[in-house]
Ligand binder design. Sequence first.
Ligand SMILES: C[S@@+](CC[C@H](N)C(=O)[O-])C[C@H]1O[C@@H](n2cnc3c(N)ncnc32)[C@H](O)[C@@H]1O
Length: 286
Amino acid sequence: MGTATAKKTRNGRAIPRPFLKWVGGKTQLLRDIRLLIPEQFKTYYEPFIGGGAVYFHLRPPNAVIGDVNQELIDCFGAVRDCVGDVMDVLTTHKYEQEYYYEVRATDPSTLTLPQKAARTIFLNRTGFNGLYRVNKKGKFNVPFGRYTNPLICDVANLGACSGVLAETELRCGAFKKVLATVGEDDFVYLDPPYVPVSKTANFTSYASGGFGHDDQLELASELERLHAVGAKFVLSNADADGVRAMYEALDIDTLRIIGVQALRAVNSKSTKRGRVGEVLVTNIPV
Ligand SMILES: C[S@@+](CC[C@H](N)C(=O)[O-])C[C@H]1O[C@@H](n2cnc3c(N)ncnc32)[C@H](O)[C@@H]1O
């Protein structure tokens, strides 16, 4: 097991950061996003939570977060409700190739909630590039990853994340279900699977089903609904062909589309990092 420890505040508490590595994680864009977020809002909503980089950065006191990925939401639930049990199981896991494939082959439905969450965290920290990918049958199929001494059980960070999650409601389902209760003065951050910038750069298999053009259009019109109920939102997406036009067509008088640059590691083929253009779309006036 690794020796790296969570970053600490001056009083020695760990600063929470995502306990799962997630493709498309927003750590890169935190500064740009933070500049847009209103100082005051009622409830924070994030319907495509993934690793939750923005959520853990903001640590909102009232929040509803969700994702279509049941395994991910179960893992967040276990870290919120029984983090000690999750840590107990995690400390029994070890970084060994054969062992990794044994854990990967275990049917999660035969496990308790803390065992399931520990399996998800273990596979995420020791699998190739921290990817989450399932086959057509929904079975996790990421190969073993090469690391030097990976930290499997980050006690301080898991404890800090559990504290942030304590008052947060978790919803598993498509974004409309998570957003159904958004009202006036709520703030919504949306980080959907991105529109592909090219045919080879498409990565939408976070869960079986994908997120296609129709989903992008449905999400764009959901922004009009959020605006109409008096909520504020920030959405991120790739600055790909047709993306700006899709949002410019919306009937939102205060709409702004802001171009930003992020360093990205994952294309479907390579592990190359490069600067890519992204957009932040918001109804928050300047
Ligand atoms: C780009 S990732 C989010 C990254 C995350 N914000 C972070 O910082 O790590 C997109 C997420 O959307 C989820 N997702 C895909 N389709 C969805 C849908 N129709 N409704 C809700 N979530 C969905 C995926 O499971 C994935 O976790």
